[in-house]
Design a protein around this ligand. Sequence first.
Ligand SMILES: Nc1ncnc2c1ncn2[C@@H]1O[C@H](COP(=O)(O)OP(=O)(O)OP(=O)(O)O)[C@@H](O)[C@H]1O
Ligand SMILES: [Mg+2]
Length: 458
Amino acid sequence: MAELEPIRILVVDDDAEQRDAVARMVVAKGYIPETAQHGEEALEKLGGASFNAIVTDLFMPLLDGAQLLRTLLERGDLTPAIVLTGFGDISHAVSIVHDLRAFWFLEKPVQTEVLHALLERAVRQESLAREAAMLQRQAGYRGTLVDMVGASKTMQQVFALIQRVAPSAASVLISGESGTGKELAARAIHKLSPRAGGPFVAINCAALPEHLIESELFGHERGAFTGAMARRIGCFEQANRGTLFLDEITEMPIGTQAKLLRVLQDGKIRRLGGTSETYVDVRIVAATNRPPETAIQEKRLREDLYYRLNVFQIALPALRHRKEDLPILVDALINELNAKHDCKVDGLEPEALARLMCHAWPGNVRELRNVLERGVIVAREGALRLQQLPPTLGIPQMNLPAADTQTAPVFKFREGATLDEVERAYIQFTLSLIGNNKRRAAKILGIGERTLHSRVAE
Ligand SMILES: Nc1ncnc2c1ncn2[C@@H]1O[C@H](COP(=O)(O)OP(=O)(O)OP(=O)(O)O)[C@@H](O)[C@H]1O
Ligand SMILES: [Mg+2]
């Protein structure tokens, strides 16, 4: 706790003389006292402000010290309390310290030095507890970064990398399968950078015909080519003092990649058909859904451009490798979709979530978002049910946590087997996949639990 903040102590006693004496001792210690005549008044004051510690008498009208502590305990209020006890009351005091988690007790008459020492320790404990609570809250918040959600270890590493690279002007190359959030990550880098107030301009190199890419990037002067009716400002100039997101960089023609490299090296662009050069202050974030090394081998990405862009590489993990993120992703996406479609869906029923966990998500978070969007529109409110998900979802890769499709076990049966034998073998196969959980197996197979038991028993 910052030492500059005043330390406030609540003194609770029905005896005015005693109360004022303790309050004066609090002042002598350099702390600020607040007083209450009984437990009820104390609770009122505790409700309106926070205190670093409490000093309370035990026997008071209305609400006594023990009742006060019990109420605080029930409320989860952990302000440390020092209990004042009459002489010869030690065993009672000890039980209060134990049962009601008082900080400590103090025998009357109160001695200044002893009270000071106890208060000092109580205040320190309170500030440590407050710090711990703050850290815990921060840990909870760590599940998101700007608009990105992810609590898995790999996403946490991605978040840490983004936070580290964002403040610099360094180029960033983001790789990851389709739908893993590359554009979202690029936007996060921009928002966390000193350029956040400037423009974020995105250009998809795969979506533009080859002959238009250069004019899109660098702009052109009037009459630069047939059809260039007016002068046009390119993405580089639009993104001046901001960030330029080059999506699907490996789809940019190799010749254009060479020109891009030159811009990155000297910070100047020349519009097509133009005679002069213009300086631009642009930070580049590029993305690719092909592994960059493979793209270089296939001559889709110039090696020199790769080294220029790859000051930082951020690899976004596929959703199937971080299924532990599904629950918080689902929550975040449903919130967003509720707002978009004016619905009130609150989460998934457990069976539906289990089905999402089974799916391999080849389309990653985008696919998840699409599935949930359909579900939210259908359900409109309440919990999203299994029947409201696409029926094919998660069926082939039944409950293979984080497994790749290539390694998924295959169901085999003997040629010439009877239907009965195949059925029994398939039940066994399903059970073996989900750790012998008969209830889940019955659900997956669409049969009653009792039927499953009897088939297994056979
Ligand atoms: N970590 C995440 N948290 C929340 N939403 C996410 C996350 N990752 C992706 N999304 C959402 O999934 C969708 C796809 O994300 P995005 O467009 O950034 O993916 P991409 O990697 O650029 O895909 P593509 O390669 O197909 O262009 C968006 O709706 C985005 O908001
Ligand atoms: Mg994208």
